[in-house]
Design a protein around this ligand. Structure first.
Ligand code: ZN
Length: 226
């Protein structure tokens, strides 16, 4: 798997990772800005205090902002599988896209291909299980929508990145299934975050029959790959 050349665009916005913490999560974002240049400027602006390890542009170009060995600042207040210090244990990748605020659009084919290559390389370097390949909306469902319902999680899973339910399953208790998937709570926003990822056709935060079945399927996939 070839990762195309990475364009170095060093950001000052990082610090040391905590000791003895594995890098076991990959978090995907969109930039939510009108242009890639504006996003790169912000991710490199000391006053903004935000960053990511990489940014993948719409044309497939990959920018390297923060070394993987360092802690980038991309997750904010977040929780997954009971862990709250997400930046300390994750790699963060930004995808150029104006996002819901400025004209959300499809991710491009070159962008997705570059992301897949990059994610593959990241997964080869760190013990990140499929259940910990995440969207920002998974770990901060009350604040974040990215990378959003246009992101092809199923296609990524087909390439071996992250998980997708192979079948729906008889539903159990929705609250415990959501927890088993990794979500911190079971609010309407959490159900919406789950739907945004696994049933992007209808995101209403309701635990309907299909959502419950998908929930069972994802939890089963999590168990299988644990
Ligand atoms: Zn984000």
């Amino acid at each position: 798997m070839n990762v195309r050349r990475i364009v170095e665009r060093p950001s000052p916005n990082f610090d040391d990772r905590p000791d003895a913490t594995p890098i076991d999560m990959l978090v995907l974002h969109y930039t939510g800005m009108t242009s890639t240049e504006a996003a790169l400027d912000r991710l490199c602006d000391p006053a903004a205090k935000v960053s990511a390890h990489y940014l993948v542009d719409g044309d497939g170009a990959v920018y390297g902002l923060v070394p993987e060995s360092k802690r980038a600042w991309h997750a904010g207040l977040a929780c997954w599988r009971g862990h709250r210090g997400i930046n300390g244990r994750s790699i963060g990748i930004e995808l150029a896209n104006p996002g819901h605020e400025f004209g959300y659009r499809d991710f491009t084919a070159p962008q997705m291909a570059s992301l897949a290559d990059l994610a593959f390389a990241v997964l080869s370097r760190h013990p990140i299980p499929p259940r910990n390949v995440l969207g920002h909306s998974d770990i901060a469902p009350d604040r974040k929508l990215d990378p959003g319902e246009r992101f092809d999680w199923r296609g990524m899973a087909d390439r071996g990145i992250g998980l997708w339910p192979s079948a729906t399953a008889a539903e159990g208790d929705a609250l415990s299934l959501l927890a088993e998937c990794g979500y911190d709570t079971a609010t309407r926003q959490v159900v919406a975050a789950f739907q945004r990822r696994y049933r992007p056709q209808r995101i209403d935060g309701r635990l309907d029959q299909e959502t419950r079945s998908l929930l069972g399927g994802v939890a089963a996939a999590v168990r299988r790959t644990a």
